[in-house]
Design a protein around this ligand. Structure first.
Ligand code: NDP
Length: 292
């Protein structure tokens, strides 16, 4: 039984904790307190994004914590409107200044923009430059399907350290996970407890009968069962909450183990849909990313 958190070693040799803390849809004014609660609980990886509008809150919590810079892993994402070589170099400057740091541990492209894939490639080449210059410690992507990854791998030099994709019991993207594994790209699971469904009207795996039954067997909550399932299947997870009790609950997953049968029962819950379509057209709606 694994009774404490371990780390993943990314391609560049950098260590990433198994559980990170997400801040998507955390209001900017609540972000510093949520991240502070996470750091106090023991989380050492925070996942934010330029498009979330709350990088400053993450930086403020880190500042307040008094922790050494080397002990906290900060990840952010470049938004699509900032794709292009020079634009992405500048996007790094904006994010770093908002976070209040000189170096970002992991900087990733928020998603492919198929309509302007040339700019997506140029953005990734800028990430490669930032990596070579030591401005970031690792680079990666998010929401990239195999067809996009294949083209990226063909046209650039550094294999993405991570591909951050939607994975929870109802959406497992097994083919994409296999592609990531084959190329030694770590799968980071976003909405690991089904969050995007919680925000909408969709069924949430938090209320799933199978998961609830397994939770009762272990004296754990459905969220803890799902997080444990990810960890045992080798994915990194980044659960989000603004509530200290849940922030602690989501981190308390190292004192029990799911059986092979329980894992198989959760695997069987797949419904096969993802909340983020590959073909978004960002010309029709665009969030501008302000200067720091
Ligand atoms: P999660 O799966 O982490 O679920 C978050 C939701 O579940 C919130 O509504 C939260 O509410 C609630 N919740 C949290 N803990 C518990 C618990 N123990 N019991 C019951 N409910 C709980 O969803 P997210 O979509 O936020 O994904 C996690 C992170 O992944 C994001 O914050 C972001 O960092 C990243 N992400 C990346 C995306 C991408 O495109 N790359 C897309 C989406 C997310 P409350 O806060 O009120 O507790």
């Amino acid at each position: 039984m694994t009774n404490e958190q371990t780390t993943f070693t990314l391609g560049s040799g950098v260590e990433l904790p198994q559980i990170g803390f997400g801040v998507y849809q955390t209001p900017p004014e609540e972000t510093a307190d949520a991240v502070q609660a996470a750091l106090e609980t023991g989380y050492r990886h925070i996942d934010t994004a330029a498009a979330y509008g709350n990088e400053k809150g993450v930086g403020e919590a880190f500042e307040r914590s008094g922790l050494d810079r080397a002990d906290v892993f900060l990840e952010s994402k470049v938004w699509v409107v900032d794709y292009g070589y020079e634009e992405t170099l500048h996007a790094f400057e904006k994010s770093a200044a908002k976070l209040g740091v000189d170096q970002i541990d992991l900087l990733i492209l928020h998603q492919a923009y198929p309509k302007r894939f040339d700019r997506t490639i140029q953005a990734y080449k800028a990430l490669e430059t930032l990596l070579a210059d030591g401005k970031v410690r690792a680079i990666g992507v998010s929401n990239f399907l195999p067809v996009r990854l294949e083209r990226l791998l063909n046209e650039t030099d550094v294999v993405p350290a991570v591909n951050q994709i939607e994975v929870h019991p109802y959406t497992q993207q097994r083919e994409l996970q296999a592609f990531n594994r084959e190329h030694r790209i770590l799968t980071q699971a976003w909405s690991p407890i089904g969050g995007m469904r919680t925000y909408g009207d969709g069924d949430t795996p938090l209320k799933d009968e199978t998961i609830t039954a397994i939770a009762q067997t272990h004296g754990k909550t459905p969220a803890q069962i799902m997080l444990r399932w990810h960890i045992q299947e080798g994915r990194q997870v980044i659960p989000k909450s603004v509530r200290p009790a849940r922030i602690a609950e989501n981190f308390d997953v190292f004192d029990f183990e799911l059986s092979a049968d329980e894992i198989a029962r959760i695997d069987a819950l797949e419904q096969g849909m993802t909340m983020v379509p590959d073909e978004l057209d960002f010309d029709t709606f665009s969030i501008e990313i302000p200067e720091a």
